[in-house]
Design a protein around this ligand. Sequence first.
Ligand SMILES: C[S@@+](CC[C@H](N)C(=O)[O-])C[C@H]1O[C@@H](n2cnc3c(N)ncnc32)[C@H](O)[C@@H]1O
Length: 199
Amino acid sequence: MRQVFGSGADLVSISRYKDILVSRGIDWGLLGPREVDRIWGRHILNSAAVAELIPDHASAADVGSGAGLPGIPVAILRADLTVDLIEPLLRRSNFLTHSVDDLGITDRVSVRRERAEQVGRTYDAVLSRALAPLDRLIRWCLPLMKPDGQILAIKGASAGRELADHDRLIRASGLSADIVTPQASPDVEPTTVVRLRLA
Ligand SMILES: C[S@@+](CC[C@H](N)C(=O)[O-])C[C@H]1O[C@@H](n2cnc3c(N)ncnc32)[C@H](O)[C@@H]1O
């Protein structure tokens, strides 16, 4: 189940993050108690799968990071990345700050307590998971994307319908879109990712 986190150090870190999610994450109301049994497949590995789509040594933003998904698993898996976790809500951003401290990754992972619209910088990869419908997501994330960068939005079964529904906006924004399905482990469902780049 966890073999994508191959090296000893990665496995220790991701296991530590899992422990934080199922303890402080539940205590602080960021995760429902019923999620404990599916924390690896539904949350951690679902998030980690997006890591393989990000270029080497990239800057990445996780917009609406919540409890750190997908940004923290991606940062643990990819020590070459710098990652900003963007989360406007106080309790969630405090949780992220504690988690990043506990995991010892403050040298390359930062917490920004802001809305996407306030960030004012650009990234090679703009990540999100369960952030918003695609039209709002594009409005928030496109200003954060470098001209040669990409938006990688983790979506569920709605991905194809959302692309069809928002085809005009995608074209009008000068974007091209596709759906990719990376898989962090053969034991779990592939992750459905909407990838947007300048056309
Ligand atoms: C449904 S949660 C998803 C959290 C996490 N990505 C996950 O998959 O578990 C959506 C998050 O987006 C944040 N959010 C809402 N509007 C935002 C905005 N304009 N900019 C950045 N984050 C936003 C919310 O505070 C919330 O934490």
